[in-house]
Design a protein around this ligand. Sequence first.
Ligand SMILES: [Mg+2]
Length: 365
Amino acid sequence: MKIVEVESFVLHAPIPRRVTDAFNQADKWGLPGVRIRTDEGLEGTGYTSTLTHGDFAIKDILDRIYAPLLLGEDPLDTQRHWDRLYWSDAHWVGRLGITHMALAAVDIALWDLKAKHCGLPLWRLAGGHKQGQVRSYNTDGGWLNFEVPRLIDEMSRIVDQGWSGVKMKIGKDDPREDLRRVAAVRDALGPDIDLMIDVNQRWNRTRAVAWAERFAEFDIGWLEEPIDPDDVEGHARIADATSIPIAVGEHVYTRTAFRDLIVRGNIGVVQVDATRVGGITEWLAVAELANSYHVPVIPHHADMMRVHQHLGVAHPGSPMIECIPWLQELFHEPADIRAGVFHVSETPGASTTFTDDAFAQYRVA
Ligand SMILES: [Mg+2]
């Protein structure tokens, strides 16, 4: 079997409402990606995700550097292609960021194609650990731009739908305000719901060391991205200063960086994101690494759960995934979520196939 076509694309899809965290704001979602076709009529789809900035830089890497390396090749050699693309001309201009996100799109498309070729859903091909089901926690009620009454209303509604874990954003200019918001939410939700908090890198090391433990009285599942994810020793200092586990990973691009954060940074949750870390091939390597240190792998949503739902049920180190239930209508198979549990499809592939309507409505040139 040979690759005969590599078609890049960019979609810009609306999300239900404008939301913010301490770092970003979003009212639409960018999906730069690639469809890879073979001489046997198979097609694989992979994409990464953005807030629409940088999409065409990613597309440019796909078109100019990666596509020529793929044409004529056997698509099943996923590890070989990962190495070839990683050590391509893209290496000089960026081993991380847009080149790595473009690599993720290719790698996910190749795994989608390989799973279809094998007649298996990705989760069975990649390990098949949890009989197709994995618990999730929901982030979609906890945005920073919601005032406290709305925050409580939206997060309570999520719990009423069956979720037993929720996350909220913090990182206000004055951490006292964060403390009041978290206190109000914990009071509303009661003691039996897992509650996580996410700073989106907005604190510095000093503030994190001083403030992290003050949230512990609200029984916090983890403190996410307290500081710049490159500050490995900073994470160790914060971990020493609080009983709350530190979670990092959505902005970490390599297995080497994860190794350092686990071993020297003493992080407690690995949030590796396949759409950033270079795809499924590298995600599995990071998950193995984390599992060997007995640190749970709870992937960042980012791709709106298409790939991470499969990886979450495939890998023994992954007890839970993140849920932000946007963009479901873009895909042939919307995620099947019941009472916070994902029931992942038996359809061959990675569930990344878009509808024709999604392409007609949201593709941008
Ligand atoms: Mg986060």
